[in-house]
Design a protein around this ligand. Structure first.
Ligand code: HXC
Length: 508
């Protein structure tokens, strides 16, 4: 027995070296950790259980029969993050560039299946050259089966992708089907076809970064929800992120000890909204002052900054936050903001994370660019997402809630459970000046000015909506945290029945 155990240890040692010291050194020189080093940082110390350590590829073409490396370019298994189970697979770039063979795909699918069966989140760490070129079609089949499993698990367990190196070809579509994608700045890039193919097909000369770096995907494409400076920061922050997520769609949000009293008053909020209705203020200040210990995990920070999305906690339990940001484009809703928030709202609803919405929105953004770009369809996504929610919805209108955007932003009419307004709220079809100019088109300026004042008096307060019960209560800003905490506690037992359907038909 002793000999066999020694042999096992020796084989394990070999496997842990992946593609060997030379390639590990090259990986480190590029500022990247190896797959196993990454897993160690992601999981609680000593909690990683590896599967399929000794799996190798089965191909023989192109001299592959002479190079079989245990693990075959991906390290898989499970462990814990702050005591909560998660599954993980990490592409090992030191082994055939982390490329995907038939055997490699089988390893990934095994942890995907186990994660679904045990209702645990799964995290993929990407660093790969795409399809294993020597294997051809077997590799395509492997990818497709992974994609299918991503879709089967969607809305059942959280799926998270962290891109930590190249992520090319077939490798991009599995992350694209997961709930969240994060990247590491400067060392990671994602694209369907790389710079060489781009140059051949379109004559365009681009770098990896210009084509698919974090600078592109956290801004223009919005494919990535965020990026960090290096592997260590990325994995540490990913642990923090996982702490916000439910394990699956049945267990509800995790509950952590909180040292921040739910009834904490925040007097500074009474002066947050400026007297001038056109002056901006930072909605993130409100968010940080209301949530537990000011801990807000923002998603999509560098894309559509006119809407803010992310996770926080109230009395130790996770909530999703959606908020118009008056600092960017006056908090207007445009196509990008609508899509960004809709996707986030749908995640929260699928996983029973209550949503707190802060509203200060002057309406939808007018113009040919927006209309031609499908504002109607994209705005409908957010309207649809909120309207189909069955999770608790708590809404606070801090200032403007104009027009269709008032309806969309978790209003009472589409399912808001508890809707509050600050005394500074203005709930109306549109701004007073615009309204008067339409009603009194062609009249003297004095008449328009008077009509503006009249409109302001009639509609520019929360009380018209409150008289009709569209607002449950007008609250003092310093009590916002207490009000939200009590509303969420009340709504913990919320139950809604929806009619049977196969699935809805969200406007895509
Ligand atoms: C097999 C691969 C590989 C691949 C890299 N390697 N990609 N082996 N299949 N796809 C190997 C290299 O031979 C090398 O082996 C090692 O990994 C490191 O690669 P380098 O090129 O030295 O690294 P680097 O200079 O950092 O470049 C990384 C790279 C480049 C940009 C990812 O390797 C690259 O362009 N690879 C090919 C990308 C690609 O076209 N993949 C196919 C996509 S098509 P040694 O032994 O020297 O260490 C696809 C279709 C699927 O995925 C679609 C499904 C929907």
């Amino acid at each position: 027995m002793r000999d066999v155990i020694e042999e096992l240890e020796q084989k394990r040692e070999e496997a842990r070296l992946g593609g060997g010291p030379r390639r590990i050194e090259a990986q480190h020189r590029r500022g990247k950790l190896t797959a196993r080093e990454r897993i160690e940082l992601l999981l609680d110390e000593g909690s990683f259980e590896e599967f399929d350590t000794f799996v190798t590829h089965r191909s023989t073409a192109f001299g592959m029969d002479k190079t079989r490396i245990p693990g075959d370019g991906v390290v898989t298994g499970w462990g814990t993050v702050n005591g909560r189970k998660i599954f993980v697979f990490a592409k090992d770039f030191t082994v055939f560039g982390g490329s995907l063979s038939e055997a490699h795909a089988e390893k990934v699918r095994k942890v995907q299946h186990l994660a679904l069966k045990t209702r645990c989140p799964i995290v993929g760490l990407y660093d790969s050259g795409g399809a294993r070129i020597q294997e051809g079609v077997a590799s395509l089949a492997g990818y497709a089966e992974i994609f299918k499993q991503n879709v089967v698990a969607s809305g059942v367990i959280p799926q998270i992708s962290l891109i930590m190196g190249p992520c090319a070809g077939g490798d991009v579509y599995s992350p694209a089907l997961t709930d969240f994608i994060f990247m590491v700045r400067d060392t990671s890039y994602m694209y369907v076809t790389g710079p060489d193919v781009v140059r051949t097909v379109t004559n365009e000369v681009v770098t990896h970064e210009e084509l698919g770096g974090a600078s592109v995907h956290t801004t223009r494409s919005s494919i990535s929800d965020g990026a960090w400076d290096d592997d260590v920061e990325a994995l540490t922050e990913l642990r923090r992120f996982i702490d916000f997520l439910p394990a699956n769609n049945r267990d509800g949000v995790p509950e952590w000890p909180s040292h921040d009293p739910g009834d904490r008053a925040e007097p500074s909020l009474d002066t947050l909204v400026p007297d001038n209705p056109f002056s901006p203020y930072d909605i993130k200040e409100l968010i940080r002052k209301v949530v537990d210990e000011g801990d807000f995990f923002e998603l999509g920070e560098r894309f559509a900054g006119n809407i803010v999305t992310g996770f926080a906690r109230i009395e130790g339990r996770s909530v999703g936050i959606v908020a118009n940001q008056p600092m960017v484009l006056a908090g207007v809703l445009d196509s990008d903001a609508s899509r960004k928030a809709a996707r986030f709202v749908r995640f929260c609803d699928a996983f029973s994370v209550p949503i707190v919405t802060f509203v200060d929105v002057p309406g939808f953004l007018p113009g040919t660019a927006q209309e031609g770009g499908g504002l109607i369809k994209h705005g409908a996504k957010l309207l649809f997402a909120y309207s189909e929610c069955t999770v608790p919805l708590v809404t606070v209108i801090t200032r403007k809630a104009f027009g269709g955007a008032y309806d969309v932003m978790a209003s009472k009419h589409i399912g808001g459970d508890v809707n509050y307004a600050w005394p500074s709220a203005q709930i109306a079809v549109m701004g007073a000046k615009g309204a008067a100019e339409i009603l009194y088109r062609g009249r003297e300026p004095e008449e328009i000015a008077e009509a503006t004042r009249d409109y302001e008096e009639r509609f520019m307060s929360p009380f018209v909506a409150a008289e009709r019960g569209y607002i449950d209560e007008v609250i003092r800003p310093h009590n916002t945290r207490r009000r939200i905490a009590r509303a969420l506690a009340l709504l913990r037992t919320k139950e809604v029945e929806t009619p049977w359907r196969k699935h809805d038909n969200l406007p895509l």
